[in-house]
Design a protein. Sequence first.
Length: 49
Amino acid sequence: MGSALNLFFVAIYKIRMLFINTNYVLGHYQNFTYEIFKKLLKIHKIFNL
């Protein structure tokens, strides 16, 4: 019983860490794509003139 409970908590901890890492990567990626989008928009405006 004790070892099963231990494994359960380890699994929850690993899933939580994976979730936090995924959120961090996705957040970073969103900021990155947003910056690229802003740059492309600026270039587009320059060529529209």
